[in-house]
Each structure stands twice: as C-alpha cells, then as structure tokens.
Write a protein that binds this ligand. Structure first.
Ligand code: ADP
Ligand code: ASP
Ligand code: MG
Length: 412
C-alpha cells in the first residue's frame, strides 16, 4: 500500500460538479489500495475576491488580518470536498492548517512552513479515512493564522508529502502537465514528459505559475516524486526528476515570463564600501525579495543602482528608499512597473555557450529593447517593456526550436 498526496487547484474545485469529480477520483485512488491525502485550494476566483475585499478597505492593510481573510477560501472547499466524498459513500475528514498543525514563521502573506505534525493524518489514514487538508495556510507558534503566498497550495501539498514520507505527490491542475512555455501564451508549446527539479525551480521562480517556487524547492530537497497532471482529463502528466545526461543535450528547455515585477533605480549612489549592504539590508529587514541587481562602477565616485522587486512590494520599497535616501547619500529614486521579465531556461547551458547571443539576436530582430540582463548557470533573463511580453515569449520559443518537438538539440 502506498501513500499518495493529491492536490487540486482552484479550477479543479471551481464548481460543485468538479468537487464531485475530485471526490470520485480520491475514492477511486483509495479503492486501488492506496492511502489518500487530498490538499485543495479555494474555489477558483475566491482568493482573488477575498484579496479585493481587503484592498477595497485600504492599500496599506495589516498583513496579519489579510491572512485571516484570505485563508477563508480553503475552509469552504475542504468542507465541501469532505461532504462530497461522504455523499459518494467514502469516509473523509477535513482539517484547516492550524488543526494539523502546519507551523509557519510569522511573515504574514508569505509565511514559510517550519514543521508539520503528521500524527493526526496518519491515524485517520489507518482508520480508512481520506484526509482533506486546506492548502495555502498555516499557523504561527503563537496561534495566528498565516498564508503561504499566492499559489501556496502546491507548497502545502509537497510539504505534506515530505512530512508523511508519501510515495507520490500528484498536483492536479487545469493543464495536463508542464509545457515548454505557458500554453495560454504560445499554443505551439509542448508538454514535457519529464523535467529536472533544477529546471522546474528556475521556471517557477521566473514566473511559470504552474507550480509555486517553494513547492519545487521542497520537492528537490526532500526528493519528493511530484507529478503535474490534469484534473479534467486522463494522462500521464509531467514528472519532476533528478537530472540525467540526456537532459544536457538540449540547450534551452523552456521559456518563462513574469509581469509581476517592478524596476527601481537609485540615482547617484556613493561608490563606497557598505552602501549596497545598507540599501539591501533595509529591504531584507522588510522581507522584500530583491532580484536582478545591476550596478556599474563609475569614475565619479557615484553610480546608479537598478534592481527588481515583486510588484506587490513596489510601493513599500519606494517608500522605504525615499525615507532612507539621505542616510544612503543618494540623489533620488525612480520606479517603473511597466516591465516584464522573460527567461530562457535549460541545464544544457551549463556546458555550452552561445545561448545569450542567440537570445539577444532573436529579440533584436523583433526590435525588442533589453533593459536589464541577468544570468545563472542554467538561465538567462531579460527585462523588457511589458507590452512586448507575448511577442518575446513566442519569438524565443521559436528561436530555440521548442515548437519542433525536440528543443534546440546538440545532436547525438
Ligand atoms: P491551479 O489553480 O491548479 O493551482 P494555476 O493557475 O496556479 O493552477 O497554474 C496552472 C496555470 O499555469 C496554467 O493554466 C497555465 O496557464 C500556467 N502556466 C504557466 N507556465 C506554464 C507552463 N510552462 N506549463 C504549464 N502551465 C503553465
Ligand atoms: N487559493 C490560493 C491562491 O489563490 C492558494 C492556491 O491556489 O494555491 O493563491
Ligand atoms: Mg496554482
């Protein structure tokens, strides 16, 4: 007998009909002889509705209270799913994050899981229950409700699979696997049968929302076998695996994009030791994740510094920097939210050159201007004007032959 964690996203539990389908699938899995834990998101649109209610009150809300509101969506879906399972003759028991508990830190709205107590779940499983657990939420040591950031149910599911030492974590969603790019932007995108944890990690952190980044990190660190598949049709989906040598033959495996970032430039920063530490220390203290930092040395003992932050943190970052301009000794700060980041990802880049040149040339041929560039071992990202996002994604997808069914292979 194996233990399987199944996660169903918002669309998959978006209507009563779909909740019945999820119930039937969980029961069928149990009848095949497995122990089944189901993690669900809120019904589709529900978390957005709750966020909008909060934002209608004030733009500078208290994040502890935000979490109290937005965690509510999952309470409804777990209860409905447990009722649906019982209506079909199964045995089910639902739990909120605090009931398990999913202990997290107190970084409200993007808390990190610290510990999961699997005891209650394991006992229920032994008693023949299908256990239904609310995704996206946890509780601090002090007993406050927290949420794990948008898309956080993926992380709940993988963390649960790791804690319970599950044999498999199936992430059911509204696409039938992980594609070479978002199939809603590029219809020629192809589904991958397998993807390495490292590539999936880059894809997620660079904007492919099919899996939350933290869920992939956990899957990799705890070697959780994760499959991404459709809740609406049968199929084998995409399996996250450790890298094998054949994967390196493909230069670029996928294109990702994000329109959720904003660009900030601090003008006239003194070219002295400690200045950068000071600036980014302030932002780290406010739990703001900074990305793509660019700084040039200058002949005049001062320089401009440009970096990106999540759009959600843009206003707070601008306020913090404006407040500390004097302390930093800089002359000013400007911001731009009208940008997007487009990235090419592939483990083949580790051992081969020429990808950057090919990427920049393809964008240049479409007259797309590059504002920032950053690279890692297995990815190249560029920041461009937001209106060119779709064009850039399609252009790069074609330039690296991702629509041809083999990737830009090196042969052999
Ligand atoms: P869920 O509600 O099930 O968590 P999400 O909307 O969070 O679903 O994630 C699924 C969506 O991710 C898809 O509908 C698709 O538009 C988007 N997506 C982005 N990049 C990719 C990709 N490379 N492969 C598959 N889906 C992707
Ligand atoms: N319901 C939450 C959200 O919409 C969590 C999730 O869907 O994973 O972000
Ligand atoms: Mg999601």
């Amino acid at each position: 007998m194996s233990l399987i964690v199944q996660k169903f996203g918002g669309t998959s539990v978006g209507t009563i009909e779909r909740i019945k389908n999820v119930a039937a699938r969980a029961i069928a899995t149990q009848q095949q002889g497995h122990q089944v834990v189901v993690t669900v998101s809120a019904m589709s649109g529900e978390t957005n509705r709750l966020v909008a209610l909060v934002e209608a009150l004030t733009p500078s809300y208290n994040k502890r209270e935000y979490d109290v509101v937005v965690a509510a969506g999952e309470q409804v879906s777990i209860g409905l799913l447990a009722i649906a399972i019982e209506a079909l003759g199964g045995k089910a028991r639902s739990y909120l994050g605090w009931q398990i508990p999913f202990v997290t830190d107190a970084v409200y709205s993007k808390a990190r899981i610290q510990d999961i107590d699997g005891e209650k779940i394991l006992k229920d499983l032994a008693d023949g229950f299908i256990v239904v657990v609310a995704g996206f939420q946890g509780v601090t040591m002090e007993g406050d409700v927290t949420t794990l950031g948008r898309g956080g149910s993926d992380t709940s599911a993988v963390a649960l699979a790791a804690a319970l030492k599950a044999d498999l974590c199936d992430i059911y969603t509204d696409v039938d696997g992980v594609y070479t790019t978002d199939p809603r932007i590029e219809p020629k995108a192809r589904k991958m049968d397998r993807i390495s944890y490292d590539e999936m990690l880059e894809m997620a952190s660079l904007g492919a929302k099919v899996l939350q980044t933290r869920s992939v990190e956990l899957a990799k660190n705890y070697s959780v076998p994760v499959r991404v598949l459709s809740s609406l049709e049968e199929g084998t989906g995409t399996l996250l695996t450790v890298e094998d040598p054949t994967m390196e033959k493909v230069l670029v495996s996928a294109i990702a994009f994000s329109t959720n970032e904003a660009k900030i430039t601090i003008i006239g920063v003194p070219d002295n030791p400690g200045v950068a530490a000071n600036i980014f220390g302030t932002l780290a203290g406010a739990n703001i994740n900074v990305d793509m930092i660019i700084q040039n040395a200058s002949a005049h003992h001062e320089t401009d510094m440009t970096f990106t932050v999540p759009k959600a943190d843009f206003q707070q970052t601008m306020n913090l920097l404006k407040g500390s301009l004097q302390a930093i000794g800089a002359r000013g700060v400007t911001g731009d939210t009208d940008i997007s980041k487009v990235s090419a990802i592939g483990v083949g880049m580790r051992s081969h050159s020429g990808v950057a040149q090919k990427m920049f040339k393809a964008l240049a041929d479409e007259r797309i201007n590059i504002q920032m560039i950053s690279t890692s071992e297995i990815k190249i990202s560029v920041v461009i004007e937001a209106k060119y996002t779709e064009l850039a994604v399609r252009t790069l997808h074609a330039a690296f032959d991702l629509d041809k069914g083999r990737g830009d292979s090196l042969g052999g």
